[in-house]
Design a protein around this ligand. Structure first.
Ligand SMILES: Nc1ncnc2c1ncn2[C@@H]1O[C@H](COP(=O)(O)OP(=O)(O)OP(=O)(O)O)[C@@H](O)[C@H]1O
Length: 764
């Protein structure tokens, strides 16, 4: 690396003067620039700094798009901007270029801290903006950072102090603002909200308010989106006091087709179909478009998961991918990357990629589930036909959704062609799905989840004219997913209302009894009890999935219940005398209820219990019952009876004693036998060890004829010989010493043999 030449003071002064003059000149050009009269087509004709121009050139961005031509000069002049333009029209550069220019003109260095903040509603979009910034900002001396959920906050915050341009999702940015002292926003020059309407949507509003309250009021703010669904009042909250509107803000005011929020190069169509036929159509569509790149939108992660997993098993003949918000960030990023590079591929996705994501060359956007509104439709279809390229889209609408949703689109100047499906080409995959789900409980579980999430999504939709919960053909829909029937679902809101009603109408006493456990104790808060995976599984109702075991249990339980019924001797008199019953007063205090319902407490009020025994006829008697006087006298005098009783009892006792003695003797013998057995085994082991160490075994085992079978026989024979040598026949002497001094033993047959053997061994 060449050494930097040190400048003299006068040289430095000259340089600074030249820079100031250049900046003054640039500012003057910007002031004089009139976007209305200027016909600038190329970036190089705009009053931009050399590093930015070099960066744009390097990334092959030469010509301006419409939104860039309209908005960049205004932003350069320092106005707040409210910009809207069709999807894929180049809004990202429309806000990134002004950021670089603003910081350049402010002579921003890394020591000046955070100069610009870009907020994006999704991680994927934030990453994409960051990548574009890295491309065009290569020649600037500024630093950029990305903060999105799913990454380590500590890791991110350590790097924040040196960041000049920060891009992130609302939640994560706020988290850093709250936690990191390093993130100093007091100097912030620019705030950008990409997909501004989404950022202002419910859910993000509060976070955004909190972020904005941390920023200096003197900043410049740019808001961009392809759609503008929020009122200007919302935007004014973000201090767009002196702002300019650029782009196609209100398509309804535009009398030409140009005002439509979707690109001209996009060919849009719809198909009217029953909900239950959607997957069949989708499958047939994929099968007939194997050479295309397509995105299929579904309304929830669970549906995406289910369709991806089942279609993968059906193998339509094209590479399948899936992307949704419940996946780990790493998987999401990898899929994004792979899909961007692939040519022929089908991606099942949720709206997590509906906005802003710039996938190259998407041929088709298929919407299986109707989007929540026209704006979401616009963003979804905007993944195709980007930057002047051609693309196609197809939306499946149920007869219920069709008319009202097409009306919503028409109000945004979006017209769709109607497609009809040739019945001959339509292939039903229901039988395959049913068989897949039948064989694989995991898939069935996913199917149930998908079903539930779809039905819930319809229930919570705001636009009730489009989404009619009551008219849903749930049974047919469940069958279309391969499920044997529609799982019953709990709608949270509904349940809460029902519960409230129930609580209002149920007497407190009854509620207390309902809550009492077997011990009569009232369980205060059942929801706080720790529930295991299995508890949850067993609680799952109407779902035979993964619960075969559960069914077995419940069925056998039912059978057991029946058995019990069969075995129980039923009461004969079911008529209870009213007076027999205790007065039923239910205490109103918690303590009182608990006490009253406690078995222990109720027992304590009833005095001592009497123990009864039952005779052969089933009659109950006290344990000790006195005999009648007359019967007693009949059996002789008291003294004689006593003698007789004692002699009988002593006979019985003697008999029992003999038996006990016999048992004790057997136990002792058994113990002794075990002890001797143990000693015998130990002895054998020590002999084996001795033999092994003397090498005799080795010699026996490995002397062979060279013939394998012979050798084997010999070895077997040898082993037998060894065995025999050690345990010779019972007629021989029990033990004798061999010539080699090895103690040879005879296998003992009786306990006595063993005892004598052991004693001799010990002596030896
Ligand atoms: N001036 C340009 N010259 C060449 N290509 C451009 C230019 N501006 C943008 N593009 C390309 O056009 C595509 C769409 O740009 P961009 O993602 O910024 O669109 P967008 O308006 O933000 O879309 P969306 O509304 O979907 O977010 C990108 O691939 C981008 O590289």
């Amino acid at each position: 690396m060449a050494k930097k030449q040190r400048l003299t003071t006068s040289q430095r002064k000259d340089l600074r003067k030249k820079e100031d003059e250049y900046l003054e000149n640039l500012n003057k050009k910007i002031e004089e620039y009139d976007p209305n009269t200027s016909k600038t087509i190329l970036f190089k004709d705009l009053p931009l700094s050399p590093p930015t121009l070099k960066g744009l050139n390097g990334a092959a961005f030469l010509k301006l798009t419409d939104i860039q031509r309209e908005s960049i000069p205004i932003s350069l002049k320092g106005y707040d901007v409210l910009g809207s333009a069709k999807t894929g029209s180049g809004k990202t550069l429309a806000f990134l270029i002004p950021i670089l220019e603003k910081l350049y003109r402010e002579k921003w260095t890394e020591f000046d801290g955070l100069g610009a903040l870009v907020i994006s509603p999704t991680r994927e979009l934030a990453m994409q903006i960051y990548e574009v910034l890295l491309k065009i900002g290569t020649y600037t001396s500024l630093s950029a950072g990305l903060v999105i959920g799913g990454k380590d906050v500590k890791f991110e915050s350590e790097r924040l102090s040196k960041i000049n341009i920060l891009i992130g999702t609302p939640g994560r940015i706020l988290q850093h603002l709250d936690q990191a002292i390093a993130l100093n926003t007091s100097n912030l020059q620019m705030l950008v909200l990409d997909e501004a309407d989404r950022c202002l949507d419910m859910g993000f509003k509060k976070t955004l308010d909190a972020i904005v309250s941390n920023l200096p009021a003197s900043r410049q703010t740019l808001l961009f989106s392809a759609t503008q669904s929020q009122s200007l009042g919302d935007l004014a909250r973000l201090s767009l006091t002196d702002y300019k509107t650029v782009g196609t803000m209100d398509p309804s005011k535009d009398k030409t087709d140009e005002g439509a929020a979707t690109p001209k190069t996009l060919e849009q169509s719809y198909v009217e179909t029953e909900l239950a036929d959607k997957l069949d159509i989708l499958y047939s569509f994929i099968k007939s478009h194997l050479k295309h790149k397509m995105i299929v939108f579904l309304s929830s992660s669970k549906q995406v998961h289910f369709v991806y997993e089942t279609f993968r098993k059906l193998q339509p003949g094209i590479s399948l991918m899936h992307l949704h918000g419940r996946q780990k960030q790493k998987a999401r990023t990898e899929t994004l990357d792979k899909f961007s590079r692939a040519q022929q591929v089908c991606l099942f996705a949720t709206d997590v990629v509906a906005r802003g994501i710039d996938f190259p060359s998407v041929d088709w956007v298929i919407q299986v589930d109707c989007p929540e509104d026209a704006d979401t439709y616009i963003h979804r279809v905007g993944r195709a036909a980007r930057y002047g390229k051609k693309g196609k889209s197809l939306i499946m609408l149920t007869p219920q959704e069709c008319e009202p949703f097409l009306k919503r689109l028409a109000s945004k100047k979006i017209k769709l062609g109607k497609l009809t499906i040739k019945q001959a080409k339509k292939k039903s995959i229901k039988p395959q799905l049913q068989s897949l789900l039948f064989k694989d409980p995991e898939l069935k579980y996913l199917g149930q989840k998908a079903f539930i999430s779809y039905v819930r999504s319809i229930y919570i939709q705001k636009d009730k004219e489009v989404f009619n919960f009551e008219s849903l053909a749930t049974e047919a829909f469940a069958n279309s997913l391969g499920l044997p029937g529609a799982p019953k679902i709990k709608i949270k809101g509904m349940k809460a209302i029902d519960r409230a009603k129930e609580l209002k109408n149920t007497p407190r006493q009854l509620l207390a009894l309902q809550q009492a456990n077997d011990e009569g104790e009232i369980v205060k808060d059942k929801t706080k009890a720790v529930r295991t995976k299995y508890d949850k599984m067993f609680e799952r109702k109407n779902q035979t999935i993964l619960s075969e075991h559960y069914l077995n249990i419940t069925q056998s339980q039912a059978a057991a219940d029946e058995d019990e019924d069969f075995m129980t001797v039923k009461r004969q008199d079911h008529q209870l005398n009213e007076e027999e019953l205790p007065a039923l007063t239910v205490p109103t205090s918690n303590r009182g209820q608990k006490k009253a319902l406690s078995k222990k407490a109720s027992l304590s009020t009833k005095g001592n219990a009497t123990k009864l025994v039952f005779d052969d006829d089933g009659e109950a008697h006290p344990v000790y019952e006195l005999e009648g006087e007359e019967d007693f006298q009949k059996k002789g005098s008291a003294e004689a009876q006593k003698k007789d009783f004692l002699s009988k009892e002593s006979d019985v006792m003697a008999e029992v004693d003999t038996g006990d003695k016999q048992v004790a003797k057997e136990k002792r013998q058994e113990k002794k036998r075990k002890r001797l057995e143990l000693m015998r085994r130990e002895m054998e082991m020590s002999l084996e060890e001795e033999e092994a160490s003397s090498g005799e075994d080795v010699a026996n085992a490995y002397v062979g004829t060279g013939n394998l079978s012979d050798d084997m026989e010999d070895e077997e024979e040898g082993n037998n010989t060894r065995k025999r040598a050690r345990f010779s026949t019972a007629t021989e002497e029990t033990t004798h010493e061999s010539d080699a001094g090895i103690l040879e033993l005879e296998e003992p047959e009786t306990l006595e043999d063993l005892e004598s053997l052991t004693s001799r061994l010990i002596q030896n």
